[in-house]
Each structure stands twice: as structure tokens, then as C-alpha cells.
Ligand binder design. Structure first.
Ligand code: 5AD
Ligand code: SF4
Length: 424
């Protein structure tokens, strides 16, 4: 979501006559698009602003802005705390960037634009440059209030974008060369829940599937309590929908899930996975999980490990819990020590590494459809792409293949990728 916001801001900056530079020392505008979902990215953002502040000493006309969720969370306070800062812009006000920038160019400093407008903006700026794989926002915000999560505070309540605007944006992207889209939302399964008469999420998938020229559809993020049977069934008949589901479970213990206010049990989660695999046995399943939630005991953590062993995820995004300002969990006692969190994270990641490698090795000898994305990082004669279930594959080939769908026979399953030979 945050990356996509950065792309949208880049498009707006280009519209104002700015060009992207890879060298921050020569930049006239420096934006730090921040994330506050955990403590670490927030700290990273502050240290980056500190670095930009120093650069401004050599280029006093440079404009510095903080955007994203830290901007929404801290607002005006940031202007008081960081003297070199020219403006603060929340994620719900991205469309105001050109106006704020024009003011800043004229020397008007200290603007703070945060908060949310009613509804989801229909027309969001899209990147000007062709993108093989593009994100398309379908809904914003979240109504769930998981007890650890700051997202509903900094991204606002759920609001869905009209399907006509979504379909029109995808058509534009395809005309510019896009082959794969990822539908984005904090909780895509709740698409249009509050909009009577609008398409449901699976109906939207089926409509997108009909757009000529689109090769692949993905979506993220799903919530186990809102993932409906109709959506799971869509994996069986929506031709271009890739066999990849990101379904966060956060914890394997019912006691912890309850305190997290997730609205589902481990048994319900496992039942969802079973249904998904019945419809699509090849499904690549990934998830988010946290360790060290307040009062998480060893037995709770064991339940998380047991769930991971049971499901055998294709990949996991695992995090140490960090208290976020204003959330309910931040007020709770029983915070695990940093050592406990670190140890649990290492055990969990070690377990998952073994599972990922085993699953990658199981693919040796199979033939997979790959969308070729570009050259491999390590060798100029090797191309890199992704399977429908989202695994990275490297294979010998030339850059004329970029954007093509090719078949590759998998020769080797490695820890983070697969290696193969083209066979069609
Ligand atoms: N601490 C650690 N991880 C968190 N996440 C959300 N809030 C927190 C927090 N307070 C994780 C969840 C979520 C992912 C985007 O970030 O796993 O799915
Ligand atoms: Fe945060 Fe829960 Fe909403 Fe996900 S579903 S964004 S974890 S509140």
C-alpha cells in the first residue's frame, strides 16, 4: 500500500514538472513516505529525515516533506520537532501534493494536511511509465481494530472505490503495457460491503478477468474472517487469477487470537486453508505472523509453530510485536522481553526456512508458466520471472523475453528461488 502511494506521488510530482533522481544530493524535493505499522520502519523514517535535513544545509531551496502514516499519526507535532521540514501530508490527502508543493516553492512552509475525505477517491493518479506488474487500489482503510494495529487510525475507515473506476484504470494500465495487476486493499474481502448494488469482490474478479490483454490477477490482503466461500471458489473459475493467497494468521493460539481481536480461531483458519486447497491444490499460500504479543506464553508460541508445521506455508512474513501508540494492546501488561521476541522469531524463521526449501525442492521436474520480469541480478544471461504461485524463477534467456509468458522446467529448488530451463 505504502509503495503504491509512493508511485502515485511520483506520478503527481512528474505532473508538476519534476523528474526522479537516483542521487538524493541533487534532489530539489525530498519526500519520506513513512510507515508506522511497526516501530522499526517508523525509526528508519526519522533517521532518513535527519539525513535529508543535513543535505538541506547545502541546498537551502530543497523542499522536505513527510508523507504517509507517520504524518497522519503525528501531524503538526512533526513540524515543531523537525525545523527543516516544509510540510506534512497524510495518506488520505495525497491528491493535495501539487498544491502544497507549489506553495512550498513560493516559500510557504509549515503546511499540515492530514485526515480523510468521505469515500475513496475515484480517480487516483497512476504512474506515467509502463509497468509490467502494477498495483490497483480497490479499497482503503480498515474497520477491524485488531488490538495491536494502528492501521485503522492512520488509514481511516473502510471505503471502496467504484468498480467502474477500477476497471477503467486497469484498461489504461494494459494499454501502457501492464500484464499483471495486484488488487490492493487492507481487507480486500470486504470490498463494497457498505455499497449496496456494487459488484461483490468475486464478481469484480470475474469482470476484470474479461478485460482483453490482462495475463494475471492477484490480490492482497485477505482476512480469514472475511474470506468468503464465493471468493475461494473464484480461484477455480477466474482464468487469470493466480494461485497465490496471502492470508495472515498472526498467531496459532486461540487465547492470543482472542486478545488480538482477530475474530477467528486457529480451527477456523485451518478450515479456510483446507477449503482453499480443495479448490486449488497448487495454491501458493503465504501469511503474516507475529511473535511476542503481550502475555504470549511458550505454550502459545508452540501452537504458532504447530500451525506453521501443519499448513506448510510457501513463505511467511514474520515480525516481532511492537506496541503502537493509541492501540489497546499498547496499554497491556506482560510485554515479552526483547530477548524472548528475538529467540522466538529465530526459531520460527528457522522452521519456515526448512519448509520453504522443502517445497521449492518438491517443484523440481515440474513445468511452470513464468511471466518474465527482467534480467536476473546475478547474471546478464539469466532472466528472472515469477510463477503463478509467486515463486521467483531464474533461467537462461535474453531480454527480448521481458513481458512474455514462457514455460520453464524447474531443475533446482533453492532457498529463495527456483532455477530452470525454458521449454516453451
Ligand atoms: N507489531 C508487530 N507487527 C505488527 N503488524 C501489525 N501491527 C503490528 C505491531 N504492532 C504486522 C501484522 C500485519 C503486518 C502488516 O504487520 O502481522 O499483518
Ligand atoms: Fe490491522 Fe487487523 Fe485491519 Fe489488518 S485487519 S489492517 S491487522 S486492524
Amino acid at each position: 500500500m505504502n509503495e503504491h502511494d509512493s508511485e502515485r506521488m511520483l506520478a503527481l510530482l512528474e505532473g508538476c514538472g519534476y523528474r526522479e533522481t537516483k542521487h538524493v544530493e541533487e534532489a530539489d524535493v525530498m519526500l519520506v513516505n513513512t510507515c508506522t505499522v511497526r516501530e522499526k520502519p517508523e525509526q528508519k523514517a526519522y533517521s532518513m529525515v535527519g539525513r535529508f535535513q543535513q543535505l538541506k544545509e547545502d541546498n537551502p531551496h530543497a523542499i522536505i516533506g513527510i508523507t504517509g502514516c507517520v504524518a497522519q499519526q503525528e501531524g503538526e507535532r512533526l513540524l515543531g520537532r523537525i525545523p527543516a521540514l516544509d510540510f506534512v501530508l497524510g495518506p488520505g490527502k495525497i491528491h493535495k501534493l501539487p498544491e502544497i508543493l507549489r506553495d512550498a516553492e513560493k516559500g510557504k512552509r509549515g503546511t499540515c494536511s492530514v485526515g480523510f475525505e468521505n469515500g475513496c477517491p475515484t480517480n487516483l493518479p497512476t504512474p506515467h511509465t509502463a509497468q509490467l506488474r502494477a498495483y490497483v487500489t480497490i479499497m482503503q482503510g480498515c474497520d477491524n481494530f485488531c488490538s495491536y494495529c494502528i492501521v485503522p487510525t492512520v488509514r481511516g475507515r473502510e471505503r471502496s472505490r467504484p468498480s467502474a473506476a477500477i476497471l477503467a484504470e486497469i484498461e489504461t494500465l494494459i494499454r501502457q503495457g501492464t500484464k499483471e495487476i495486484t488488487l490492493l486493499g487492507q481487507n480486500v474481502n470486504s470490498y463494497a460491503k457498505h455499497t449496496p448494488g456494487e459488484l461483490t469482490f468475486p464478481q469484480l474478479l470475474a469482470k476484470i478477468d474479461e478485460i482483453p490483454g490482462l495475463e494475471r490477477i492477484r490480490f492482497t490482503t485477505s482476512h480469514p474472517k472475511d474470506l468468503t466461500e464465493e471468493t475461494i471458489e473464484a480461484f477455480g473459475y477466474v482464468e487469470h487469477l493466480c494461485e497465490h493467497l496471502h492470508l495472515p494468521f498472526q498467531a496459532g493460539s486461540n487465547a492470543v487470537l482472542e486478545r488480538m481481536n482477530r475474530g477467528h480461531t486457529r480451527e477456523e483458519y485451518l478450515a479456510q486453508i483446507k477449503k482453499v486447497r480443495e479448490v486449488s491444490p497448487q495454491m501458493g499460500i503465504t501469511a503474516d505472523v507475529m511473535v511476542g504479543f503481550p502475555a504470549e506464553e511458550e505454550e502459545d508460541f508452540d501452537q504458532t509453530l504447530e500451525l506453521i508445521r501443519r499448513v506448510e506455508f510457501d513463505g511467511l512474513f514474520s515480525f516481532k510485536y511492537s506496541p503502537r501508540p493509541g492501540t489497546r494492546a499498547a496499554r497491556w501488561k506482560g510485554e515479552c522481553t526483547p530477548e524472548v521476541k528475538q529467540r522466538r522469531l529465530e526459531i520460527l524463521q528457522g522452521l519456515q526456512r526448512g519448509i520453504t526449501l522443502k517445497k521449492n525442492k518438491e517443484l523440481e521436474g515440474s513445468v511452470k508458466e513464468i511471466l518474465v520480469e527482467g534480467r536476473s541480478r546475478n547474471s546478464p544471461h539469466t532472466m528472472r520471472g515469477r510463477t503463478r504461485c509467486n515463486r521467483i524463477v531464474n533461467f537462461p534467456g535474453g531480454s527480448d523475453l521481458v513481458g512474455a509468458l514462457v514455460f520453464v522446467k524447474i531443475a533446482k529448488g533453492l532457498q529463495n528461488s527456483l532455477r530452470g530451463e525454458r521449454c516453451g
